[in-house]
Design a protein around this ligand. Structure first.
Ligand SMILES: Nc1ncnc2c1ncn2[C@@H]1O[C@H](COP(=O)(O)OP(=O)(O)OP(=O)(O)O)[C@@H](O)[C@H]1O
Ligand SMILES: [Mg+2]
Length: 344
């Protein structure tokens, strides 16, 4: 768990430190005070990246060339200092990672820390947005647990671009077939793994359907890549000059009590379905690592009524949870004496 965070020249914080409860910490403040930035600071120290920057230098306080973030983390009752220093160097950000003031390789540093599960308002797009947003979500989630998935996904995408290049070239059919053969085999091999892992994560979700009294489920609309399907669709691929078979065309459909939520769900049902996904990230993480993740909830309560707010607060009460809100009344939601409020 995180006990303390120091931010120096990070986003809008010049120099500030914050303390956290082992359970619920509520960050209260008006709009634009830096609530999300503070949450991003925690995310950054754990993951080595922020969650909304396009360019990494956005993380540095405007006009500054260096930022330093340090967290005191408690593991097995012992404090550890985790620190990241990032400096702007010839238009590039250079990051250095330290544990107890000793520099570590990034991979070493990231390996030791726990993980975060982030729940933010934009994530509703996973439900209401295009299939690519859902694929991205599952790719990111599965990659956290499965490095091989991450590698195979990379390989797949590189090979897919090459295959598409060949389809775009105006080769004669026989020559085209010959050129594609190698990439077909390669894509099938990588793709099979992706499909299989996506399927098993979806199975996991369907085994854990409940959020309070509500029941969610998800259907995997898979576009499997096989030799037969590639052959069947060959003519169409030649016409479109594009690969139309494979997991890059997968989609996922979430339902609440059997009803499709993407089009018919109410806003709060869509939000809760994201929370359902997040809850399962937590469960999955615990089942794989026997550790508890840190839960970051960014301004998610504004669209939910009191009952739904309570459901969420209740479900995360055994975890270190950090929430941001503009509404002071949320502070009264849970009256546990171990809770802590940061007033920005
Ligand atoms: N690199 C940076 N340097 C300085 N200020 C920044 C930087 N990046 C973002 N900011 C500013 O920090 C301020 C706080 O942003 P943040 O998103 O944390 O606010 P918030 O408290 O979450 O607001 P809201 O309630 O609207 O979500 C914004 O005004 C933003 O422009
Ligand atoms: Mg915010």
């Amino acid at each position: 768990m995180i006990k303390k965070l120091f931010l120096e020249n990070f986003r809008n914080f010049e120099k500030q430190s914050f303390d956290f409860s082992p359970y619920l910490t509520i960050i209260v403040g008006k709009n634009s005070q830096g609530k999300t930035n503070l949450l991003e600071g925690i995310y950054f120290i754990v993951n080595g990246v922020g969650f909304r920057e396009v360019f990494e230098e956005e993380l540095l306080l405007f006009g500054k060339k260096e930022t330093m973030i340090e967290a005191i983390m408690i593991e097995n009752n012992e404090p550890f200092s985790y620190q990241i220093k990032a400096s702007l160097f010839n238009d590039r950000i250079e990051k250095k990672f330290f544990i107890n003031k000793t520099e570590k390789k990034k991979s070493q540093y990231l390996n030791i820390l726990t993980k975060t599960v982030l729940f933010s308002p934009e994530q509703i797009n996973i439900v209401i947005g295009s299939p690519s947003l859902r694929r991205n979500y599952f790719n990111k989630t599965i990659s956290i647990f499965d490095l091989e998935y991450k590698n195979k996904l990379n390989n797949y995408n590189v090979a897919l671009r090459k295959r598409n290049k060949i389809l775009e070239s105006r080769l004669l059919i026989e020559k085209l077939k010959e050129e594609l053969a190698f990439w077909n085999d390669y894509l099938i091999k990588q793709g099979e793994y992706l499909t299989e892992k996506r399927q098993s994560y979806i199975d996991f979700l369907n085994q854990n359907r409940e959020v309070d009294s509500k029941s969610f489920s998800i259907e995997y609309l898979k576009n499997q890549i096989t030799k037969e399907r590639l052959e069947e669709n060959f003519n169409q691929e030649v016409r479109l000059r594009k690969t139309i078979i494979g997991p890059q065309k997968d989609d996922f459909q979430i339902s609440i009590s059997g009803e499709n939520i993407h089009h018919f769900g109410s806003r709060s049902e869509q939000r809760l379905s994201i929370f359902w996904l997040k809850l399962n990230e937590i469960r999955y993480f615990e089942s794989q690592y026997q550790k508890k993740p840190i839960i970051l909830l960014d301004d998610i309560f504004s669209e939910l009524d009191r009952d739904n707010q309570k459901i969420i607060v209740n479900l995360v009460k055994e975890y270190q949870t950090i929430v941001t809100t503009t509404e002071l009344r949320l502070v009264n939601l849970s009256n546990n004496s171990t809770n802590h409020t940061i007033d920005l």
